[in-house]
Design a protein around this ligand. Structure first.
Ligand SMILES: [Fe+2]
Length: 228
């Protein structure tokens, strides 16, 4: 299984604080059935250049050399904070998840402007990038159904967090979206061992219970195929 959204790299953002915490998180994810973890540290264009971020990310990953639990695999990506004009950022595609065109975007917690919607569509149409909106459940309430439909129709993919499937108040909605093909990737978005620990295994178990083994396999295979 793949965890598409995590802050497990040590000391690079507000996620794991050090190697020990990273290894504990990786072991928890392994126990939950995850074998590939996409590491998506926050990237803010206001704070640093893409090249510097990539250097810091490589350094953080290097700290884990020979320490990653057997059978586990870390693939590097980023959770890129959207801003109007991001499509003009030099080297934006270098922030895609390794060996893929997937760019995980963190969006504003407000109604997206027409400019923003147009920019997302243009980005996804330019060929080198497939836009993936991170934890879509956080933003849905601000957007119209038409906006979400338009984004999906233009090839924009949606990631949601495991918690969307686990909270009593949202799990029904999560299931209905998943069945309609409106959720493409699931991530733990884990940051630490306490209040933002990974619970993605539980989400996968619940999906299997509600939708069946084959459905879950198809979802997982879709994600796997996008990473190669
Ligand atoms: Fe995140």
């Amino acid at each position: 299984m793949i965890d598409f959204h995590s802050h497990i790299l040590p000391g690079i953002d507000d996620g794991s604080k050090d190697v020990a915490e990273t290894l504990a998180l990786l072991n928890l994810l392994k126990d939950q059935g995850v074998r590939t973890v996409v590491a998506t540290p926050h990237f803010y264009a206001d704070d640093e250049r893409v090249e510097r971020f990539l250097e810091r990310r490589a350094q953080a990953k290097a700290l884990l050399t020979d320490k990653i639990p057997a059978g586990m695999n870390i693939v590097c990506g980023a959770e890129v904070a959207y801003y109007p004009g991001i499509s003009r950022l030099p080297n934006l595609s270098a922030l895609c998840i390794e060996n893929s065109k997937l760019l995980l975007l963190e969006m504003p917690m407000s109604k997206w402007t027409d400019y923003t919607v147009k920019e997302l569509i243009e980005l996804s149409g330019r060929g080198d990038i497939t836009v993936v909106i991170a934890h879509i459940e956080r933003y849905m309430g601000y957007q119209s159904h038409d906006t979400l439909r338009l984004l999906r129709a233009n090839g924009i993919l949606l990631q949601c967090n495991a918690s969307f499937f686990l909270k009593l108040t949202t799990k029904g909605k999560a299931l209905s979206m998943l069945k309609k093909g409106e959720i493409h990737f699931i991530g733990s978005d884990c940051h630490n061992l306490t209040h933002r620990a990974p619970h993605i295994g539980q989400a996968f178990e619940w999906i299997e219970k509600k939708c069946g083994k084959l459905f879950l396999e198809e979802l997982l295979n879709f994600g796997k195929a996008k990473l190669h």
